[in-house]
Design a protein around this ligand. Structure first.
Ligand code: FAD
Length: 340
């Protein structure tokens, strides 16, 4: 029985658990982002970060994961954990939380994490702040979990006063990744008990979807278009610029709603969060819901014919003018500099 939150003493709960995500045995980037954030929190709490990895045949990936600065890795190894299932992962993690009593548990707000975290929180009898874009530590070691609320028009900071652990899912692409060094860390391997009766829903097959484009969350250069791009042909122009720069095309919500580009290109509050080295916003006004997904980009270039468009306020370089004149001129100037 994993229900642990009856008459708890918060002082018994210590340390931060980062629930790593693996797919086909590969540790996913969100795990490194969570680890980066967890280390900052641990610094404030003067406590340890433990990364929890569930899987089978994960030994090689763990060597690399060690270098990202966790104090410890707990590797729950079992054939039934090779592929994610809600039932098996919830059971193993709930048992581990009940036994080790972490003060904070962080899960990625990915498709897997969004499925797992609410079930896990309910199983251990605590609350969950979903889809956080910021985490911090407040008075009395309280985790301050911040997420957009009311359609992104305000940011709500939520605390979990009565229960432990304090649980949050965090948006991919928002937190800064931990830096890899040559450090080593402790690895504790455990073989959890999982019976057939623990798993109600069985995964019979995993079908990998072919992506139209590389994931936006991993792109260094993004050329994003908005309603100002006008039609699908406008996005072909953006694609030409992206190809010249070695980048990926993204979108605000308006073109997605109009069917000019597929939904996986959407950047913003209800799309992907990105922080590329270069973000070129073309014909995007800069609504708060769009800014929520891209304002952490290293360099932002805005191309917009309206000098008062809000996007110019977050842009490092603003080009006020018609994108259908400016983008071909940019492409031409890149071509002139290309080796003949
Ligand atoms: P517009 O606001 O219409 O702006 C078009 C811009 O193009 C204008 O600034 C115009 O000056 C410029 N322009 C026009 N023609 C040209 C030209 N030839 N050359 C140069 N510039 C030109 N939006 C998102 O993007 N992502 C989200 O995840 C998201 N989530 C949302 C969630 C909720 C709950 C809600 C309520 C809204 C959400 N939105 C989201 C929608 C958001 O509020 C805006 O409606 C949307 O971002 C506007 O898209 P846009 O900037 O492309 O279009």
């Amino acid at each position: 029985m994993s229900k642990v939150n009856r008459g708890i003493n918060p002082d018994e709960w210590r340390g931060i658990f980062v629930i790593a995500e693996q797919r086909s045995g590969q540790i996913q980037p969100i795990s490194i982002e969570m680890l980066g954030e967890a280390k900052k929190l641990a610094g404030k709490l003067k406590d340890d970060v433990t990364v929890i990895v569930l899987g089978d045949d994960m030994d090689e990936s763990l060597n690399d994961l060690c270098g990202y600065g966790a104090d410890k890795i707990i590797y729950c190894k079992h054939a039934k954990l090779k592929t994610y299932t809600t039932d098996a992962y919830t059971k193993v993690l709930a048992d581990l939380i009940a036994e080790r009593k972490p003060e904070i548990v962080i899960v990625g707000a990915t498709a897997i994490g969004r499925d797992l975290a609410p079930r896990l929180a309910a199983r251990v009898g605590t609350g969950l702040t979903a889809d956080c874009t910021g985490l911090d530590i407040g008075e009395e070691r309280m985790a301050l979990m911040t997420r957009p609320a009311f359609g992104g028009n305000l940011m709500a900071t939520i605390v979990c006063k009565e229960n432990r652990p304090q649980m949050a899912t965090v948006r991919p692409g928002v937190m800064e990744k931990a830096v890899h060094t040559d450090t080593v860390c402790k690895v504790e391997k455990i073989q959890p008990e999982i019976s057939d009766a623990d798993i109600i829903a069985k995964v019979t097959d995993v079908v990998l979807q072919k992506r139209e484009r590389p994931p936006l969350s991993e792109a260094d250069i993004i050329v994003a278009g908005g309603r100002g791009v006008k039609n699908p042909e406008g996005f072909e122009l953006l694609q030409s610029l992206a190809d010249k720069l070695g980048g990926v095309v993204g979108s605000s919500r308006a073109p997605v709603d109009s069917g000019w580009i597929s939904p996986d290109a959407q950047i913003g509050q209800t799309g992907t969060t990105v922080r590329p080295k270069l973000y070129i916003a073309c014909g995007i006004s800069g609504a708060i819901q769009h800014l929520a997904g891209m304002s952490e980009s290293q360099t932002i270039v805005a191309i917009n014919k309206d000098p008062n468009a809000p996007i110019h306020k977050v842009a490092h370089y603003s080009i006020v003018g018609d994108l259908f004149k400016i983008i071909p001129a940019l492409i031409q100037s890149i071509e002139e500099k290309e080796p003949k």
